[in-house]
Each structure stands twice: as C-alpha cells, then as structure tokens.
Design a protein around this ligand. Sequence first.
Ligand code: ATP
Ligand code: MG
Length: 370
Amino acid sequence: MYIEDIRLINFRNYNSLNIKLNKNMNIFIGKNAQGKTNLLESIYICATGGSFRTNRDRELINFYKNEAYIGANVNFNENKRLIEIKLDRNRQKRVKINRVELDNLKELNSGLNVVIFSPEDLKIVKDGPSERRNFLDLSISQIRPVYKYNLNRYNKILYQRNNLLKSNKSKNDIINLIEIFDIQMAKTGTEIILSRKEFLNRLSNESYIIHKQLTSKDEKLDLNYISNVDFYNKNKNEIENNFLKKLKSNVRKDLMTGSTEIGPHRDDIEIKINNMNTRAFASQGQQRTIVLSIKLSQVEIIYMEKGVYPVLLLDDVFSELDGERRKYLSKSFNKMQTIITSTDLLGLEELEKMDKSIFYIDEGEIVYKE
Ligand SMILES: Nc1ncnc2c1ncn2[C@@H]1O[C@H](COP(=O)(O)OP(=O)(O)OP(=O)(O)O)[C@@H](O)[C@H]1O
Ligand SMILES: [Mg+2]
C-alpha cells in the first residue's frame, strides 16, 4: 500500500500543494514551523478520519479560509483509491472515496493504513493511562472498524450514566434508574475489553521479539493489560457478569463522586522492562526504544491483518535515534512506503543509497525537490 500523490488546499499553513510521492522513501526537510508535521497530519487524517493533534476539525482549516481540502491517491495492490476530505467551518467534515461520499467514517478504515511515530508518542510510556488508552483505541480502530463504533457507544452510555449520578434525583430513584445503563455499559464495555485484550496480546508478543533485537542488552519488554473488570481467563459472559456485579456494588461510591469508577474507560497498559515498571525509571533513550518496538509491532499487526504493509510516518524521530537503532529501523524501510520529516539531512546518512525523494518545505510550500 502506498500513497501516489497528495493534494492540499487551505489545510493549516498550506494554501495549495500538489505532490507526487516516492513509492519507497520520502524525506521532508524544513526549519521549525514550516509545515512538516502538518503534512503528516493530513495523511493521517486520510487514514483515520481524524487528526492525532486535535479533535477540533476547524483548527485544520487555514486561519484565513472557510474551507479546506485533502486529497490522496492510494495504491492498494494496484487498485487505486482516491481519498478526499472536505473541511468546512460551518459543517461536519465530508469524506469521499473514489468520488462517492461516505455516510459513515467507519468505512474509511479500509482505504489507507498508517503508523505514525512522533516525539509526542513518548507520552505512551511516561504519561498517564489516558495516553495509553488513546494509543490502544486508535490502533485497534484502524484494523477493527466495529471497535470505533463500540467505543463511541460506550462513551455515550458512560456520559449518560454520569449525568444521572450527578442529577438531583433521590438516591433511590437513581439506583433504580441506573440499571438500564449498567446493562448496556457491561455489554458494550465487554466488547471493548475483549478487543483490547486480543490486541494487547498480539502487541505484547510482537514487541517482545522486536525489543529484544533492538536492544543489545537483551531487554525483556512486557506489556500487560490492566482493567478493573476481571477478564483474566474468563469468557465473554463471565466478563459481562463480573462487570455488571461490580458496577452494582460500586454504585454508592459512584454517587458520592458523581462519576463511574468501574469500566474500560479507566484501563491501562503496564509496560515493564526486565520486570521493572518503565514509567518510573526508563531513560529517554529507553522510552524511545520502547515506543519504537511498539510502533514496529503495530506495523506487523497491520500487515498480518491486511496482507499489506501500512505507510510509515516518522515525524522528526529518525535522527534522534542512536546509530544501532537507526540501522534496525532502516531495514524496515524496504518493506513499506516511509515518510520522514527532519530539520536537516544530518543523521539521515543511512538513507543515502535508498530510492527516495527529498522535499524541502518552506512556509507551506515545496521550494525544491531532489
Ligand atoms: N489552521 C492554520 N492555519 C494557518 N497556519 C497554521 C494553522 N495551524 C497551524 N499553522 C501553522 O503551521 C505551522 C506549524 O507547522 P508544523 O507543526 O507542521 O511545523 P513543523 O515544520 O513540523 O515544525 P517543527 O520542526 O517545529 O516541528 C505554524 O507556523 C502554525 O502557525
Ligand atoms: Mg513538527
């Protein structure tokens, strides 16, 4: 799978851009604030329907314009797909594939798959659980469209349940009314737990192997799914029943806090190296290597699911890695189309012999191409 060309109109700091990409390696060089990350963001939106930087679509439209457009021609096993996104300040974004408008963004998932690695991703290791949940949600949504649907549904039910907990109805009324939400939450939440469990299993196995190869010190990377609903060695029905029971027994506490304590919206991933928790002790370099292992595993999982490799997006991270890891990572560049951004060519020497295109960006324009 690869992107043949990209067209941007009024997207962030791009007025009008029209470029052909190399099937293999693409390098975008530019000083700070010229539009490197913006370009990767536009590609990411074609794949997932949303940005990795913001939930507010309006921010994507150029400050001085009311509409924006992203278009990408994707080659998928020699089948061509034109993905088009239209953003408008006054209405919801619209997505077209091969000129047919989608009524549901879910379908976008089969169009283009990407894996992005940016400095922000270090948060997966060092920040709080919500970063890790977010990573899980975005990764699973790309390969399981129904997951996105379940997640939206779950969040809606959770929101309604919390509203009820905070309402000025009597305690007894609330406890009577809440059961409808509990049943739905347990049902949808169990689907989420099962998907996360399955994905993490695979991610853990893959990244264990990759991390070992990446570290000469033979670090054992271990990812564990943490949930306050007991899922271990349990089938779907058992998880759902546990979930429901726990919601019920916790309702008085929930009433006091006005929020729901039980459920996958509080899940986490425990990341350990040689049995030690990384959040507390991992060095910057170790954090980067862990994220690299995780991202390369995500690449392999997409390959196993789709039979083709995704497009790999590396935002300013390649030159930050040390020589050994750069070498390892560059081996995977032969498998898939890769798009790298950097402020200069220093640290990109490994890529010298590759078939590639180099683009120089200046204030939202490609001023030079090699
Ligand atoms: N909606 C928008 N309209 C116009 N310009 C925007 C919009 N959103 C962001 N920008 C501009 O885009 C620029 C940032 O672009 P981007 O984040 O792609 O930079 P970058 O090249 O990745 O820089 P760095 O090397 O610092 O990461 C900023 O100057 C910002 O003001
Ligand atoms: Mg950037």
